[in-house]
Design a binder for this molecule. Structure first.
Ligand code: PA5
Length: 449
């Protein structure tokens, strides 16, 4: 099987191999627990066998819904936040052209996919609705609860805008809701309006939901091959099943290394990419690891940088700041396109020694040079190698990170499938907004401001 690889060579100067192997039994037990549901969070393990349980019928239904939206809409707005948004955006940004969306609609093969409900910025919503004014647009509203403030506000605005423009009947054909199978505000609305719907399985938490319709529908709308994405995830699901030996279980090795580095004072993990298309993959990864592990006063802080841009800013901190971090580099072996550096007669910038070389070779040398410099500077470097950036390897990477996160959370001793900490700010916000039922909290918080 052609596959993503984990290269740990540049970790070994900081963490001897025997210390990694000492944890193998513990990691195997954590992996086993993910499969037999014997530890905390067992109600949310639907993602473990999700890739292999996706049916052809479901994939076809998603593809058909995507085709309908693609036929009707030049823009599709995905409304959702957190786990109901980041996976789709990560895959779409990774696998679509960075500039296609700037083309006029006749020249584009795919609708523009935009995102709303990801903030409470009035300017963002004003500018989005202005942009949509003369566009044929559709909406994919994704919310398990249906009451999350940010997407609920954005959906109200966009629904009203769409209905005013094309009428209620046509609007119903352009809105798809992805939500709980039976309960919640969005389920009730979707049923009463007759929207096309897809279900977010009860046993799959938001941040593990990219391979459900939550991710698959927006990804298919963007013209990406969801079958290859799922097939890639299936390969790693199969390669990491119960009983897989530790030496072959890449997510387990990654999980052990990051926990052992954490125990040795490496409190920050920086996910590094050398391709701006991977920016949102890092955002997805940050949510996955941050929400899964950051609790009970524990957990690695997941950060991310886009190199080489951030080498000109955060590179200083990484090279010489406090030695509390390690890096995990996503390394793409071959780019999908070819660009060669031209010769320049006057050679004022002194770059003619690179003339005829591919930009990718320069990028690769930047990557290798940085790796050595950072290791010399005391920063352990893990490498996750993808032969290419395509659906299959991205599917593999997604499942790799999900599996590693589950194992890692259990190794850390937390429940990786809850997120009690995200409620605190919401309670305060509702109190300040004078939401009915929050009267006492309103008084209490006002007195503190
Ligand atoms: O991972 C999570 O559970 C969260 O990020 C949720 O997905 C996010 O808060 C959105 O919730 P909902 O889908 O209920 O609108």
């Amino acid at each position: 099987m052609e596959s993503i690889q984990l290269n740990i060579k540049q970790v070994l100067p900081f963490l001897p191999e025997e210390d990694i192997l000492k944890k193998s039994e513990q990691a195997d037990a954590c992996n086993q627990a993910l499969h037999d549901g014997s530890r905390e969070g067992s109600d949310f393990l639907g993602w473990v066998s999700l890739p292999s349980s996706i049916t052809d019928n479901l994939l076809r239904e998603v593809e058909e819904a995507a085709a309908l939206l693609r036929a009707r809409c030049e823009v599709v707005v995905v409304v959702g936040i957190g786990g109901s948004y980041l996976g789709a955006r990560a895959v779409i940004e990774a696998l679509t052209s960075s500039f296609d969306w700037l083309q006029e609609s006749e020249k584009r093969q795919n609708p523009v996919v935009l995102f709303a409900g990801i903030n409470l910025s009035e300017d963002y919503l004003y500018e989005l609705t202005r942009y949509l004014n003369n566009k044929q647009f559709g909406i994919i509203h994704i919310s398990k609860s249906g009451t999350t403030t940010e997407p609920a506000i954005a959906f109200r605005l966009l629904k009203e805008q769409m209905e005013n423009r094309v009428g209620k009947e046509e609007a119903k054909k352009r809105i798809v809701a992805i939500t709980d199978s039976t309960k919640g505000a969005l389920r009730t609305l979707a049923n009463s309006e007759g929207y096309k719907t897809f279900v977010i399985p009860d046993d799959v938490g938001g941040r593990y939901s990219v391979l459900t319709p939550v991710g698959l529908l927006p990804i298919a709308v963007a013209g990406i091959d969801i079958r290859s994405l799922v097939a890639g995830a299936q390969e790693i699901e199969k390669a990491t099943g119960p009983g897989t030996s530790f030496a072959h279980n890449l997510p387990a090795i990654y999980a052990v290394i990051r926990n052992e580095l954490y125990r040795r004072g490496k409190k920050i993990e920086v996910l590094v990419n050398y391709h701006p298309k991977l920016h949102y993959l890092a955002e997805w990864w940050k949510q996955l690891y941050g929400e899964s592990e950051g609790k009970e006063l524990k957990g690695i802080f997941p950060a991310a940088v886009d190199f080489t841009a951030d080498l000109h800013s955060m590179g200083q901190w990484i090279q010489e700041g406090e030695r509390t971090l390690f890096e995990t580099v996503i390394s793409i072996q071959q780019p999908n396109r070819e660009v060669r550096i031209p010769n320049e007669e006057r050679n004022l910038d002194g770059l003619n020694y690179l003339a005829g070389k591919r930009v990718y070779e320069v990028n690769k040398m930047a990557e290798l040079g940085t790796q050595v410099a950072h290791v010399d500077g005391g920063v352990p470097n893990l490498l996750i190698e993808l032969p290419k950036l395509n659906e299959k390897y991205l599917g593999q990477l997604i499942y790799f990170f999900e599996k590693a996160c589950g194992i890692s959370g259990y190794l850390l001793g937390v429940n990786p499938f809850n997120q009690p900490g995200v409620e605190a700010y919401k309670k305060n916000m509702f109190a300040l907004l004078e939401k009915p039922g929050f009267e006492e909290a309103t008084k209490a918080i006002r007195s503190r401001l």
